[in-house]
Design a binder for this molecule. Structure first.
Ligand code: ZN
Length: 237
């Protein structure tokens, strides 16, 4: 009985620590990126984390025949929510991308008030992350960088949405989707899960100053600092 009690207490103690971890939710302030190891060990100890700074001089040219096939057309309804970390759009059904013959369905896309990846040290005005998953659970994220310019009509629909929106993710893609950077990284938020295939388009899309202001009103500093590249090589096409 004593042993049982001790064991129970031991388990309780362990679970209460874990519970405290869940209760004190991660964020970009007091529980910011330098503390994310408390929420998931991978955030602190992972060797293939994201985002990274892409040094274009050190990238490796991909075979020209390699393509990411985009089939993102979707004219249905999506849910729009402020999840406390970003503005997130979840289609009820959606399109997909094809990598090496495998389909990855679009699960959700969300925005950061500044780009998380930097290119030769340059941080872009904002970014959209399109999170895709395959039937076997593997993940691929497509990143679209924003630069200040004309108003973006598709983004306007999302920024003006009240809980739901009819937006075609295709309309948020840049004109040139044939050129991108590719590497293997992680989610940029806890649990920082690795083995995520990243595709970052070189071509950018517009966001007006007013739209950027609107986006940043809710999401300032929701970017994780860039992580060490370690042994990885970034590919380019
Ligand atoms: Zn993101």
């Amino acid at each position: 009985m004593t042993t049982f009690t001790k064991l129970t207490l031991g388990l309780l103690a362990t679970s209460s620590i874990a519970f405290a971890g869940v209760e004190a939710h991660w964020d970009y302030g007091q529980h910011g990126p330098e503390h994310w190891g408390h929420f998931s060990e991978t955030c602190e100890k992972g060797k293939e984390q994201s985002p990274i700074n892409i040094q274009t001089e050190k990238t490796l040219q991909l075979d020209k025949s390699y393509t990411v096939k985009l089939s993102e057309a979707y004219d249905g309804v999506s849910t729009v929510i402020d999840n406390g970390h970003s503005l997130k759009v979840t289609p009820h059904d959606a399109g997909y991308i094809t990598l090496h013959g495998k389909d990855y369905k679009l699960q959700q896309f969300h925005f950061h008030g500044m780009s998380e990846h930097t290119i030769d040290g340059r941080r872009y005005n904002a970014v959209m992350h399109m999170v895709h998953s395959a039937k076997d659970g593997s993940i691929a994220v497509v990143a679209v960088l924003f630069e200040v310019g004309e108003e973006n009509p598709a983004l306007a629909k999302i920024l003006n949405a009240d809980g739901s929106v009819k937006v075609n993710p295709n309309d948020l893609l840049p004109e040139d989707t044939d050129h991108y950077y590719h590497y293997k990284g992680s989610f940029t938020t806890p649990p920082c899960t690795e083995n995520v295939q990243w595709y970052i388009f070189k071509d950018t899309v517009n966001i007006s100053k007013a739209q950027l202001k609107k986006l940043r009103k809710y999401y300032t500093n929701n970017e994780r600092p860039t992580q060490p590249l370690n042994k990885r090589v970034v590919q380019t096409k």
